[in-house]
Design a protein around this ligand. Structure first.
Ligand code: IMP
Ligand code: MG
Length: 336
């Protein structure tokens, strides 16, 4: 697989963390590197009955051999970064780029007290928008200037490009989802930067010629938190009945829900230049799929759904999630 980028195809919360944790274990990834916005993301990974909610470190953390890097484009909340390093006992394998901009308490305060951001847009209140604004104004502090972070500083772009050149498996982890992109999403109900695959690579400092695979992750139904359009949105009671009612990792807010959106999925494939797609939570749509790890054992209607997705989006659906555990996966990729 060599260099793979993983991005979200809807509004975040597609289950990228779960797909990445599987790939990190299965493909023996050498480096997991985080692109994207910052601690507004919450990636849930579950492995060997441990549930981790990661907001700074890459989800490749489930593989104890993987180097865990945070790239220059990512905003860093130093307290949260240090806490995750401690929680995961990741000192020695965690690193961040000296150019990461730093979220300060005033950014969080500005995010939460703004009627526009917290109210109209419905942000996560983690300070990422105001921090990115300061970065554009060139007055944000960067990791290079923070004493507590010195031991973690490393040239992330160099580490990643050298690993790619050695032919090692590298996973570049996106955050949020295609329709939260500042450029390609449902503006103004979006996050504070582009989050499609090209920008995720730009965050890291990996050029387009170095990427082998782009995996776009879809959930078997669509959710979004915060304000903004959600085509086909269903009432909360119906979401509960279907098992689609979810609570957001970062904010604890209820996620709004809608059925799988084939047209948006097709467009997400285009915007990300995706070469493969993953579908998570197939077991929520079809409970008989729970824990199934063999395609042939899927019920016919689940197979029909996957075929319909494939026919619409025009790229192969290669990975299916059938439960919360990292290894609850059907892997249809050709043997590497
Ligand atoms: P911000 O990124 O905190 O500024 O929030 C802007 C919009 O993006 C809001 O609708 C948030 O709910 C949404 N958002 C940001 N990060 C995530 C995420 O990781 N998952 C889902 N929604 C997100
Ligand atoms: Mg999330």
């Amino acid at each position: 697989m060599v260099c793979t980028v993983v991005v979200g195809g809807f509004w975040g919360d597609e289950g990228k963390g779960k797909i990445i944790s599987y790939l990190a274990l299965k493909d023996k990834v050498k480096i997991g590197v985080r692109g994207g916005v910052g601690p507004n993301a919450g990636h849930t990974v579950q492995y060997q009955s441990r549930v981790l909610k990661l907001r700074m470190l890459p989800s490749a953390a489930v593989n104890p051999e993987a180097r865990l890097l945070v790239s220059a484009g990512v905003l860093v909340d130093p307290a949260r970064f240090l806490r995750e390093v401690e929680d995961l006992n990741a000192r020695g394998r965690a690193g961040l780029d000296p150019n990461c901009a730093i979220i300060e308490p005033r950014h969080v305060e500005a995010d939460r007290s703004s009627n526009h951001l917290a109210g109209k847009i419905g942000t996560t209140g983690t300070g990422t928008g105001p921090c990115n604004a300061d970065r554009v104004q060139r007055r944000a502090m960067i990791a290079r200037d923070v004493p507590e972070l010195q031991e973690f500083l490393t040239d992330v772009a160099l580490e990643v490009n050298e690993a790619i050149d050695r032919g090692e498996n590298v996973l570049i982890e996106g955050t949020q989802g295609t329709y939260l992109s500042l450029y390609h999403g449902t503006y103004p109900y979006v996050t504070s930067k582009d989050v499609t695959a090209s920008s995720i690579c730009g965050d890291v400092g990996v050029g387009p010629t170095k990427v082998d695979e782009v995996i776009v992750v879809f959930k078997a139904y669509v959710t979004r938190v915060g304000q903004g359009p959600l085509p086909g949105e269903i009432p909360q009671e119906e979401a509960e009945r279907l098992g689609w009612a979810e609570v957001a990792t970062v904010t604890g807010r209820r996620r709004r829900a809608a059925p799988f959106n084939f047209e948006l999925a097709r467009r997400a494939v285009m915007l990300n230049g995706a070469t493969q797609a993953a579908i998570t939570k197939l077991d929520i749509l079809y409970p008989e799929c729970k824990g199934v790890r063999d395609y042939d054992k899927l019920p016919a209607k689940a197979k029909e759904f996957v075929s319909k997705v494939e026919d619409t989006i025009g790229i192969p659906v290669t990975i299916l999630g059938t439960g919360p555990e990292a290894m609850d996966i059907i892997d249809l990729r050709r043997e590497a």
